[in-house]
Design a protein around this ligand. Structure first.
Ligand SMILES: [Zn+2]
Ligand SMILES: [Zn+2]
Length: 556
């Protein structure tokens, strides 16, 4: 019998974000990505949500390395926290490692790892896992598909993936090699990106977006153009630079990460731009408007981005007026719609024109749609399949697609965060909730598990709190002094005092009769009583549900 191999999904199966899986043999664990999830409005205050690392804590000695498939935050953003658990090398393309190097040096964690660059087509042994890396097209350069040889056969991980026959860098997804691997040695298990598994057809090529952008540039030849996109989308940036050059525009960058990523891409030859084509953002006002294109971050309406500040007339370098056109060359991430709408309204109020992909092809997804996914399934022809990288609905749609294109239904498994799949000679079995898959989040300098914290914060945020404090003499069993009630965020200051006073009076009279009628009570019973009286008063007078905090001091 061959040794077992298991895969434990620590994140990314149920959300788009915090991608991380632990591939585990007898003595070794190979991590596959280690990303963060951006918290939504249900997690107020959290800065970053991490994979559930609890599974790794008592297995940290086994970790032999991590493959970083590409440089997006949902794949690399939690590495700095994982390196707190154990030191291990990170494997990825030069560009991906460049992104990681920035992130880890900011966190002062660079010394805890070796960054080991791998090239397209290269095979590297990470512990006992023999990994071959293949090129894949995506919305950031130099992503890698991983073909991982394990004692239980070959695992193929698609990374974030699309098929683009005309990518800006000419580097296409290597389906041919996948087809070869599918014959020899055969693919035991396919793990594949599910983000766009609900969308029929194929995504448009990145170069078609270039055509769309060119049309817009032609239309606005007399205006200054400000194009905003993700700073990791180097190919989009390349196209904007190329079109600007053709039109005789100099390019300036706005936003720290834009400048940093372009400089990384230049140093690795991933982007082609000469010093002559560029101008410093501080000099743009010295050029006629139609000779400038600004490439900017801030496409998600981030409050502190330079674009957002400029839209409110408080930008340092960029003053926007009716001779400016702002092109949104990005998708609005769900949850950011209101911020982006506010940004657009502010830009329009300054007289600027705004173009986004509702009007024209200014963006394409980096994730393949159903036809592209089908092609990958057909090339890989895996024995087993697990959809990854998606919300539950995407995973379900992707599983159905796999069955449509020929995977045996019993071999298409639907796993979610915390589940573990065990590979053995006789087949794969799914163990539900091997770890909890909890949301681990970071805020300030603390990393912790959410549990009820966000429930409390949501109540506090929406309803405020009412604190009722009473002192009781343990000896005489009587109330000492008057109860005191204070509230925060429950009612506006001009009316809260009156309501607080009414509660104080009610508490005083109800507690007096309670204490006279009951000789035996515990602190807990008294707290319940205070909570009930306060809650009833709050509800009767305001029909609101703030958090009630009873404080009972029993004095000797
Ligand atoms: Zn990605
Ligand atoms: Zn991703």
């Amino acid at each position: 019998m061959t040794d077992l191999v298991s895969i434990t999904f620590l994140g990314g199966l149920g959300d788009i974000g915090r991608n991380c899986a632990a591939i585990e043999s007898q003595n070794q664990i190979l991590l596959l990505d280690c990303g963060q999830l951006f918290p939504d409005e249900m997690m107020p205050g959290a800065q970053s949500v991490l994979p559930d690392f609890s599974y790794l804590e008592d297995r940290s000695e086994k970790i032999v390395g991590c493959i970083a498939t590409h440089g997006h935050e949902d794949h690399i953003g939690a590495l700095r926290y994982a390196l707190d658990i154990s030191e291990f090398p990170i494997y990825g393309s030069e560009f991906t490692l460049g992104m990681i190097r920035h992130r880890l040096s900011e966190a002062n964690m660079l010394h805890k790892t070796d960054l080991i660059a791998v090239a397209d087509g290269e095979t590297v042994s990470i512990g006992d896992f023999h990994c071959e890396f293949l090129p894949v097209t995506h919305s950031t350069p130099k992503g890698l598909i991983s073909a991982i040889r394990t004692p239980q056969g070959l695992i193929l991980h698609s990374s974030d993936f699309k098929l683009d026959n005309n990518p800006v860098d000419g580097r296409i997804t290597d389906l041919d090699r996948i087809a070869t691997l599918s014959k020899d040695p055969g693919i035991r298990l396919l793990l594949c990106d599910s983000t766009n598994a609900e969308l029929s057809g194929s995504s448009i090529s990145e170069s078609e977006v270039g055509d769309g952008l060119e049309e817009i540039f032609m239309k606005f030849q007399h205006e200054r153009i400000i194009a905003t996109c993700f700073s990791s989308h180097i190919h989009r940036i390349q196209q904007i630079i190329d079109i600007s050059k053709e039109q005789g525009r100099k390019v300036a960058t706005l936003g720290f990460s834009m400048e940093r990523n372009i400089s990384l891409a230049r140093s690795l030859g991933v982007i082609s731009v000469s010093e002559d084509d560029l101008v410093d953002i501080s000099e743009i006002e010295t050029y006629p408007k139609n000779q400038i294109c600004v490439i900017s971050t801030g496409s998600q309406g981030e409050p502190r981005s330079s674009l957002n500040l400029s839209a409110q007339n408080s930008g340092k370098w960029l003053r926007i007026d009716e001779n400016d056109v702002i092109i949104f060359s990005s998708r609005t991430i769900p949850g950011n719609e209101k911020r982006v709408a506010r940004l657009v309204n502010n830009l329009v109020s300054l007289g600027a024109s705004v173009v986004n992909d509702e009007n024209l092809n200014t963006h394409t997804s980096g994730h393949g749609q159903r036809e592209e996914l089908s092609e990958l399934h057909q090339a890989a022809n895996p024995e087993w399949f697990i959809p990854v990288h998606g919300e539950l609905r995407h995973l379900v749609a992707h599983r159905e697609l796999a069955i449509e294109v020929g995977t045996n239904p019993k071999n298409a498994l639907l796993a979610t965060d915390g589940d573990q799949v065990v590979m053995e000679d006789s087949g794969l079995t799914l163990n539900r909730k091997k770890c909890q898959g909890h949301y681990i989040f970071s805020q300030g300098s603390i990393v912790e598990t959410g549990h009820d914290l966000f429930k409390d914060r949501n109540i506090l945020g929406k309803e405020g709190c009412v604190i009722a404090r009473v002192s009781i003499s343990g000896k005489d069993k009587t109330l000492i002094g008057a109860p005191s009630v204070i509230s925060k965020g429950w009612l506006s200051a001009d009316i809260s005092g009156r309501h607080e006073q009414e509660i104080e009076e009610q508490l005083s009279s109800e507690l007096k009769s309670f204490l006279e009628s009951r000789k035996e009570w515990t602190q807990e019973v008294l707290e319940q009583k205070v909570r009930r009286v306060t809650g009833t008063m709050v509800n009767d007078s305001t029909k609101r549900r703030p958090m009630i905090i009873p404080l009972v001091d029993i004095l000797p």
